[in-house]
Design a protein around this ligand. Structure first.
Ligand code: AKG
Ligand code: FE2
Length: 264
């Protein structure tokens, strides 16, 4: 029986997009799309909040992150900053991780006129700390699909695990060719992605702003967690991303900082 082959994963494509989460399918594919996971009225309240925030604070120019232009740096208004506490999302997170659920990170990834470009093929775990059992919950507040730079996922690639470095992945240097999907998401839908799954996104050609919340949940035994959201803590120890440079006496990041200093 196949364990994690591209053929096995290809056979599951029509099962990973449903109104009901299926953990067995998600474990094999690394992606699940839940249709109508959130009430439309709720998402449209969030969108209204976003539109007001955008008009007031972002429309006339924003602080675009040069390393990752889609990663919104500006502080979110209260209501949007707390989306990760939503019970519809946490009920699904419990199905993914069990009853003890914590937060790694919450941010918005947007493709507007300031960041319409593509994002290269990568996996996210190399940018995280703690354990690899994490998943992004992508919550679209707008249409997010092929026309405006929605995400493309290479199904099954999470089974390679961490690839040993951070950067653009070259899929041609793997023996296996993996099926790709680019879901067409509407407000109310939810895409769940294992954090070691390869993904990329294209250009926002339609010019429809692509507004997506990216909430990363994980089991509450992960010391990199920021906040307990369901159940009980299962860890006594904690580490924070802002301290990673201090964790090492020498490291690749420290070397880069030193080299940058030298060429200044
Ligand atoms: O929002 C996107 O299109 C991709 C963003 C992404 O994958 C990331 O920031 O890790
Ligand atoms: Fe990513």
């Amino acid at each position: 029986m196949a364990h994690n082959s591209p053929e096995l994963v290809r056979g599951l494509i029509d099962k990973l997009d449903s109104t009901k989460f299926n953990k067995e399918v998600f474990d094999k594919t690394g992606l699940f799309v839940i249709r109508n996971a959130l009430p439309k009225e709720l998402v449209s309240e969030w969108k209204k909040e976003w539109d007001e925030f955008y008009e007031k604070s972002l429309a006339n120019g924003r602080n675009v992150n040069v390393n990752n232009p889609v990663d919104l740096k500006e502080e979110l208004p209260e209501k949007l900053a707390k989306i990760y506490k939503n019970d519809f999302l946490l009920d699904v997170a419990e199905q993914v991780f069990g009853k003890d659920v914590a937060l790694l990170n919450h941010r918005f990834v947007i493709k507007d006129k300031f960041s319409p470009g593509e994002v290269f093929l990568h996996h996210d775990y190399c940018y995280h700390i703690g354990n690899p059992n994490k998943a992004s919950f992508f919550v679209p507040l707008s249409y997010a699909g092929k026309k405006n730079g929605g995400l493309t996922y290479y199904l099954g690639t999470h089974k390679y695990g961490y690839l040993g470095d951070a950067g653009e992945i070259d899929p041609d240097h793997f023996k296996e060719q993996w099926p790709q999907v680019t879901p067409e998401l509407e407000p109310g839908d939810l895409a769940i992605m294992n954090s070691v799954l390869w993904h990329k996104s294209g250009i926002n050609e339609a010019g429809i702003d692509r507004i997506v919340a990216d909430i990363i949940y994980q089991p509450a035994d992960d010391p990199s967690s920021k906040e307990l959201l369901r159940g009980q803590w299962q860890t006594d120890i904690f580490i924070q991303h802002k301290d990673i440079v201090k964790f090492f006496k020498t490291s690749r990041v420290k070397k880069i900082i030193e080299l940058k200093e030298k060429v200044k």
